[in-house]
Design a protein around this ligand. Structure first.
Ligand code: PLP
Length: 382
């Protein structure tokens, strides 16, 4: 089947978080991580089928969704997951907050590396826990864990480490050695390892494969909570369906206790979308990766040729480019680019002021418009 990744969708009036932010303004949104592509036709067909049933009651994890997820984890990531290890969730942002409540007491700390997806930084504070932030280092043009800094930062009351792999926003796909060293660090300090792998099916380089933290061995698996969802890959975040994989029964019980009464069921369309994505979405996903790879290469080439002052590390995964605009010397980078008609995510929210995140998950014509606006704004000093 041929898929359409070129038509620019009109999302006005759909309550789109991404587009409503700039409604009525000549600002193109390249911020939050949802893509301007229709979802896979195979998924839309299954959602229509579910809609046709006409009854939308409270829904338990469906046999279809559970089966599809277990098959997918085995087929794609070579993980043998028992269905009882899955905890279904309406999103991973709530999961990050549950994790903070579940694994640290009030006032205790949780460690993560910056820059990182903002809810990693805010979830501990939301739950009256402390967040210890350790910057990633840059070595040989790659963002890497700084283990000396991690050893120096970890405290006696640090209870968990939150990992993002593949990494939003720096686009790294961590290698087995790096993950093993991180797991050993967590073991040494008895930290629960929270592994957010929501971007694991968006690897852009064909010769790379995702290493699930769970695959590092039984001891690592026993201290790991893996967070996953089909939402980023198949552009379904509004269906609100995600899950945690928690092999250890005690960790799972702590997680479920912390979530009790706070986390709603997943809705019936979330399960239907999940089952369809994992069972029938692979051809669409492969086509998408081709489009994203071309967009990524275009962003690189454009910046190199037109805006060599803006820094960009190699992006191995995701549809998010992490731009170092510090050389432009802007007082307020987000406002500066908004004035030039392009809305970007603020690096300060990720723990890195002076950076901006650009979402290139969109048709190529839209990306060209964005890049032209980016260049014009970068050349304008206000
Ligand atoms: C690393 C990471 N985790 C979680 C999420 C959001 O998850 P959800 O939409 O399931 O709350 C995102 C969204 O961009 C993300 O990048």
């Amino acid at each position: 089947m041929q898929y359409d990744f070129e038509t620019i969708p009109d999302r006005a009036g759909t309550g789109s978080l991404k587009w409503e932010k700039y409604a009525g303004k000549d600002i193109l949104p390249f911020w939050v991580a949802d893509m301007d592509f229709c979802s896979a036709p195979e998924i839309i067909a299954d959602l229509r089928h579910r809609l046709g049933h006409g009854i939308f009651g409270y829904t338990l994890p469906t046999r279809d969704a559970v089966g599809a997820t277990i098959d997918y984890l085995a087929r794609v990531h070579r993980l043998n997951v028992d269905p009882s290890w899955l905890v279904w969730l309406p999103g991973l942002v709530p999961a990050l907050n549950v994790v903070a409540r579940a694994f640290a007491q009030r006032g205790e700390s949780i460690l993560t590396c910056t820059p990182v997806y903002p809810p990693f930084l805010t979830a501990p504070g939301n739950q009256d826990r402390r967040c210890i932030k350790v910057p990633l280092a840059t070595r040989e043009n790659r963002a890497v864990f700084d283990f000396d800094a991690l050893e120096a930062a970890v405290e006696a009351d640090t209870r968990a480490f939150i990992l993002c792999n593949p990494h939003n926003p720096v686009g790294r796909v961590f290698e087995p050695g790096e993950l093993e060293q991180l797991a050993a660090f967590c073991e040494r300090h008895d930290l629960v390892l929270i592994s957010d792998e929501i971007h694991c099916d968006l690897l852009l380089d064909e010769d790379r494969s995702h290493i699930p933290t769970l695959a590092l061995g039984d001891e690592v698996a026993a201290r790991t909570v893996t967070l996953m969802a089909p939402s980023k890959t198949y552009n379904l975040p509004g269906l609100a369906c995600a899950y945690a994989i928690i092999p250890d029964a005690r960790l799972r019980a702590r997680f479920q206790r912390a979530a009790r009464g706070m986390i709603t069921e997943v809705n019936c369309f979330g399960y239907a979308g999940c089952a369809a994505a994992y069972n029938k979405g692979e051809n669409w996903r492969r086509a998408l990766i081709g489009v994203l790879r071309a967009n990524r290469d275009r962003v690189y080439a454009f910046l190199r040729e037109e805006l060599p002052g803006i820094g960009l590390l190699p992006m191995e995964a995701t549809y998010l480019a992490w731009l170092d605009v510090r050389p432009l010397g802007l007082a307020d980078p987000v406002a500066h680019f908004e004035a030039g008609g392009i809305g970007l995510s603020n690096g300060a929210d990720f723990g890195a002021p002076g950076f901006l995140r650009l979402n290139f998950g969109c048709p190529s014509a839209r990306l060209e418009e964005g890049l032209a606006r980016l260049a014009a704004a970068a050349r304008t000093r206000r």
